[in-house]
Design a protein around this ligand. Sequence first.
Ligand code: NDP
Ligand code: MG
Length: 380
Amino acid sequence: MENVVILGSTGSIGIQGLSVIEEQKNFAPFALVGGSNVDLLIEQAKKALPKWAIIYDDTKLDILKAGLNGLAVKVASGETAIHEVIANEESHIILGAISGFAGLKFIMTAIQAKKKIALANKETLVAGGDYILDLIRKNKILLTPVDSEHSAIFQCLQGQQNALNKILLTASGGPFRDCSDEFLKAVTPEMALQHPNWSMGNKITIDSATLANKGLEVIEAHYLFNCSYDKIDVVIHRESIVHSMIELTDTSVLGQMGYPSMKGPILYGLSYPERLPVPWPSLDLAKIGSLHFSKPKSSFRVLPLAFEAGKEGAMAPIIYNGANEVAVDLFLKKKISFLGIANLIEDALENVERIKIDSYESIIYADECTREYALNKVGE
Ligand code: NDP
Ligand code: MG
């Protein structure tokens, strides 16, 4: 039995992760960690009966206590409690499903505590970059990707690690893939929050609409699979059935397919190297009928900016990620336009002063400098 800590259990990945664990005999929910949605955390804990239910937001602790009173679930709040439960000797696998840079500090603890990590929180890899990968290698951590594209690549690479020629990263293209540049000028948060294929948290849904999500994934793929940027191609695939592909040295292409659900990638991230039986239906390709592939449109400037930031390396991916997080937040608050997201990232990449990235503290400082620059730029 493997004890799982779900960081971000109240989010889109966390909810699906809990459902996967409940469907499988091999895993037990050891700790559920929410941000501030205490009502959902109480509901989850009442049903799943984990050993721990922890809320990041300290002001919600009393509600959590009252909600779980009389049950054999320990409760706590705040950052220290989260670090402690990750490092707890009874916890075996950490499902990293917090959104954004905020997840990095907890993944650092998981690495130091030598836990197996199933990672959805891509911003951690983008910002942590070579520094975090070195730590993962030094500590001999098993890190499995949960992001569906990276899970697909990881699955295809089994036994093929030395024959990789190219990564073909698929992208749905988001809700505006067929829209004119003129249309993009008037996109509102309400419009951008409607994703055609996937139901996800707000931040990643906006990232999917701008293609920043694909940009982050390009950098994530570079770090995870040690693949140079000129060997990563993005392919628009509107059905989101082929989750990504690899080309081998003899030009054979291997892909991994499934319905657009995160439960498969989450399960493989937890169970790797094992394959487990599941209660969900098989893929019915005849019913789907046809699959389409095309090139991304050049109007989605956030994607080429990721290649630029990635190739520069060091602090540039931190700037790309930090500026994007600020920009998405400002867009959701209607303080900048949809196209303003790309402008802000580009501006930050051009102007934020570079520092040497050689420690955890330098990553945190680089992120802070980026956020300060981006907020100042829009007068916030
Ligand atoms: P959500 O916004 O739905 O969920 C985020 C979770 O993190 C919530 O449980 C939230 O708590 C919690 N949280 C936020 N900040 C903190 C904090 N400081 N401390 C503790 N918990 C916190 O995001 P998603 O589930 O969509 O995405 C999670 C990660 O997975 C992202 O990095 C995303 O890029 C990645 N991912 C997501 C996919 C998807 O299909 N959703 C697909 C592939 C990758 P609360 O809500 O209680 O405040
Ligand atoms: Mg993805």
